[in-house]
Design a binder for this molecule. Structure first.
Ligand SMILES: [Fe+2]
Ligand SMILES: [Fe+2]
Length: 284
């Protein structure tokens, strides 16, 4: 693709929907060390539909708290504001790209299942490798491929060529995207992360999950998402729009020191964990 077309494409992507005002406010709040959990709770409480979603999630089997949590402020105290921020983000990102009635070029249900699977496996991996925030790992997994939806919705005709190339030549989506568009869904993720002013630690996994060596701000989480993506494809959980398993960057995951017992644990428990997280699929 010529430079001018690529520029035009980037300009089109930059016009994408913004996050709801309240989520943008929370984004800024969590990046300010002076913010208190109460302030974050109060910000969410200003948006009734977001509050309802957060409460539904907090009271679901995903968290499995023994008793009912009936207010956002209570939820914020229990989970901490980072986790609440991640919940708010997870509950809203996919809604922005809700079914717009147009023809979809790949199976959305399978795509959400892939995203959910990567989120859940990332959360499990985070625990194994002692990443400090497992809800952040879940959110990063859930949103890692959102660039694909963007390309399908906003660059639809060109994306049609991408998808047929994937099918004809059994390519990975990101390979075909690069060939046809001159950029891939992870590059789109980079643009989105900046546009939405997400914390850098959440931007990197979206932008570099296929090239984790490039992550500057959060190589550990980027490596986790890279590995969770490959796990999900190997275990055939959902489908992200292509059928091959991308190569594993061994260097990016070497520090994880996963044992074969760890891998066995992930394999046997992922299904059960994914079931508990299915509630997130109701939100999209
Ligand atoms: Fe991807
Ligand atoms: Fe993926």
């Amino acid at each position: 693709m010529e430079k001018s077309k690529l520029k035009e494409l980037v300009a089109r992507i930059e016009k994408l929907p913004t996050l709801p005002v309240v989520v943008t406010r929370i984004n800024a709040m969590v990046q300010n060390p002076k913010t208190s959990a109460r302030e974050v709770g109060a910000a969410i409480a200003t948006d009734p539909s977001l509050s309802a979603k957060v409460l539904r999630l907090v009271n679901s089997a995903y968290f499995g708290f023994p008793s009912q949590i009936s207010s956002v402020s209570h939820a914020t105290t229990i989970l901490g504001f980072n986790a609440i921020h991640n919940l708010a983000l997870s509950a809203t990102v996919f809604q922005l790209f809700h079914d717009n009635g147009a023809e979809e070029l790949f199976d959305r249900r399978a795509f959400w299942e892939h995203s959910l699977g990567v989120g859940v496996l990332a959360r499990m991996l985070a625990e194994k490798v002692r990443y400090p925030d497992k809800e952040e790992a879940f959110t990063a997994g859930l949103i890692h491929d959102v660039g694909k939806i963007v390309l399908d919705q906003f660059v639809h005709e060109e994306f049609r060529t991408v998808v047929s190339l994937v099918r004809q030549n059994n390519l990975l989506l990101y390979e075909a995207e690069a060939q046809v568009l001159g950029l891939n869904h992870a590059n789109v993720g980079y643009i989105l992360g900046q546009k939405w002013n997400l914390p850098k630690k959440l931007q990197d996994p979206m932008a570099y999950h296929h090239a984790p060596g490039l992550s500057k701000y959060n190589p550990q989480l980027t490596g986790i998402i890279h590995l969770a993506d490959i796990f999900c494809r190997t275990l055939k959980i959902g489908n992200g729009g292509d059928n091959r398993v991308p190569p594993l960057n061994k260097e990016a995951v070497a520090d994880f020191k996963l044992t074969s017992a760890d891998i066995e644990y992930l394999k046997t428990n992922s299904e059960k964990e994914i079931e508990k997280a299915e509630i997130f699929l109701d939100m999209v």
